[in-house]
Design a binder for this molecule. Structure first.
Ligand code: SF4
Ligand code: SF4
Ligand code: FES
Length: 258
């Protein structure tokens, strides 16, 4: 496909308000939306604010809404749009705008700090940790997260409900709690912390009604809902009605031999 001209509508403004601005801009073979935003910066609007770092789908910083869908700008090929289609780029809706396409994602850092860290097992030194491969594999999926916060932006619990933010950690951080809850060496239980129950009671797991919208926008294809949130909901219910089962499972925790 040779070069052509596309119509872009880019949101410009700040916390006090803003509007879409039109740009007719050249598009070449193999380009992604971030290339076009950079071309607009280089040729038409040098003060256009946009956050990006890697242009390889790995730093998680170029998140935006493209034709209403939360996506990474650097991983959205122009070839997915028809030539005559208008491409509208707006900032993430769930977070406050700083300027143009840059939002303040501090909500996510605050939520990250609220998740209690891994508790090292007593009597086992660094370098002596041993885990079954299947336990490693299970949490490996969650560790692919690039912290783009597209899932956090998409989840309806906070997207249109600012009032829910204080009590809801969001899919990315509920997934982090699930990862720790599945970790066979995490000793939080020995300190009296039931991670699944506290996810429910303190981090808003109960607000999640498993719509899977978070999973649909994840650029790492992490099955957030099916593999992290739904199993943790089930564990939270099981433990609520039978706390001895939870205690027994922690005491008799599976550890590899040797
Ligand atoms: S599955 Fe839960 S966390 Fe994910 S978008 Fe739906 S309500 Fe939000
Ligand atoms: S879970 Fe997926 S969508 Fe959510 S922050 Fe991580 S990589 Fe982004
Ligand atoms: S620029 Fe790093 S993920 Fe897009």
């Amino acid at each position: 496909m040779s070069g052509y001209e596309a119509l872009f509508k880019v949101w410009r403004g700040d916390a006090s308000g803003g509007d879409l601005e039109d740009f007719r801009v050249e598009v070449n073979d193999g380009e992604v939306v971030l290339d076009i935003i950079h071309r607009i910066q280089a040729t038409r609007a040098p003060d256009l604010a946009v956050r990006w770092n890697c242009k390889a789908g790995k730093c998680g910083s170029c998140s935006a809404e493209i034709n209403g869908r939360p996506r990474l700008m650097c991983m959205t090929r122009m070839s997915v749009f028809a030539r005559e289609e208008t491409v509208t780029v707006t900032p993430l809706r769930a977070f406050p705008v700083v300027r143009d396409l840059v939002t303040d994602v501090g909500f996510n850092y605050a939520k990250a700090r609220e998740v209690p860290a891994f508790v090292p097992p007593a009597g086992v030194g660094p370098g002596e940790y041993r885990m079954m491969q299947e336990d490693v594999d299970r949490s490996q999926e969650f560790r692919k997260c690039i912290e783009c916060f597209l899932c956090q932006n998409t989840c309806h619990v906070v997207r249109d409900h600012e009032e829910n933010k204080p009590v809801f950690a969001g899919p990315r951080f509920l997934m982090r709690i699930a990862e720790l809850d599945m970790h066979p060496l995490d000793a939080a239980a020995e300190t009296g912390r039931d991670r699944a129950r506290t996810a429910q009671d303190e981090h808003g797991l109960g607000y999640c009604n498993i719509t899977k919208c978070c999973t649909e926008v994840c650029p790492e294809s992490i099955r957030i809902t099916d593999n992290a949130l739904i199993p943790m909901k089930e564990r939270a219910v099981d433990r609520k009605y039978d706390p001895l089962v939870w205690l027994g499972s922690k005491i008799g925790r599976r550890r590899p031999p040797g």
